[in-house]
Ligand binder design. Structure first.
Ligand code: ADP
Ligand code: 5GP
Length: 199
C-alpha cells in the first residue's frame, strides 16, 4: 500500500529567502508538491498566475472561504492568503510530500488540524541582511517593507516552537538543510516500522 506523503510547513519572515530556497529544492523533484496559494495581493513583476499564486479578487477569496475551500487562511500586511485544501489532500494521498510556504498564523491553523505536519522556519543570518534582502528584491514600497519588517519581529518569536530552524546563509546550504530535515522525517520509527508490519 502506498504510504501518504507528509505536510511540511515552511514559514519565516518576508525576505528570508523562502521562495528562492524552495524553488531550488524543487528542481527535478517530482515526489514533492508545492501548494500554490490563493492571494488577493497584486502580482509582482515575474509572478505567474497559477504557478506562484492564484491571484484572486477579495470577493473570490471570500467565496472560497464560505465554501470551506481553504486548509488555512490569514491576513498579512493588508492582503489575504490561503492554502486551497483539495490539492494538498490529493497530493499527500498520492504519496507526495506537500510543502506549504505560509506565514505563522496560517501555520498555526494547519498544525491545529494536522499535528503531524512538520514545521520548518527559515531565518536570514541577521536583521541587517533581512532588511537588505527585502530592499534589494525591489518588489515592495518602502512602507510595505517597514510593515514586513515589523511583522518579522512577531514571526521570529514564533520560531522557538517550530520543529526545525533553517539558516539561509547561502542558498546551497539552506537547501541542504531542508533536504536533510525531510529525509530525517522519513526515517522516523513510526514510518519505518510500518513498512514491516503492513500486510
Ligand atoms: P521570501 O520568499 O522569504 O520572501 P525571497 O526568496 O523572495 O524571500 O528572497 C528575498 C530576496 O533575497 C531575493 O531578492 C532573493 O534573491 C534574495 N536571497 C534569497 N536567499 C538568499 C541568500 N541565501 N543569499 C543572498 N540573497 C538571497
Ligand atoms: P508574499 O506577499 O511575500 O508572497 O507573501 C507574504 C507572506 O504570506 C509570506 O510570509 C508567505 O509565506 C505568506 N503566504 C503565502 N501563501 C500563504 C498562504 O496560503 N497562507 C498563509 N497563511 N500565508 C501565506
Amino acid at each position: 500500500m502506498k504510504r501518504p506523503g507528509k505536510i511540511f510547513i515552511v514559514a519565516g519572515p518576508s525576505g528570508a529567502g523562502k521562495s528562492t530556497v524552495l524553488s531550488r529544492l524543487f528542481a527535478g523533484r517530482d515526489d514533492l508538491f508545492y501548494s500554490v496559494s490563493a492571494t488577493t495581493r497584486e502580482p509582482r513583476p515575474g509572478d505567474v498566475d497559477g504557478v506562484d499564486y492564484h491571484f484572486v479578487t477579495a470577493d473570490h477569496f471570500r467565496a472560497m472561504m464560505r465554501q470551506d475551500a481553504f486548509l488555512e487562511c490569514a491576513e498579512y500586511v493588508g492582503n489575504f492568503y490561503g492554502t486551497p485544501r483539495a490539492p494538498v489532500e490529493e497530493a499527500i494521498a498520492s504519496g507526495k510530500d506537500a510543502i506549504l510556504e505560509i506565514e505563522v498564523q496560517g501555520a498555526n491553523q494547519v498544525y491545529a488540524k494536522r499535528p503531524d505536519a512538520i514545521r520548518i522556519f527559515i531565518i536570514p543570518p541577521s536583521w541587517e541582511e533581512l532588511e537588505h534582502r527585502l530592499r534589494s528584491r525591489g518588489t515592495d514600497t518602502p512602507e510595505k517593507i517597514e510593515k514586513r519588517l515589523m511583522r518579522a519581529h512577531v514571526e521570529l518569536d514564533a520560531a522557538k516552537s517550530y520543529d526545525y530552524i533553517v539558516l539561509n546563509d547561502t542558498v546551497d546550504s539552506a537547501v541542504e538543510q531542508l533536504r536533510a530535515i525531510m529525509q530525517a522525517e522519513h526515517c522516523r520509527p513510526a514510518d519505518r516500522i510500518a513498512l514491516f508490519t503492513e500486510v
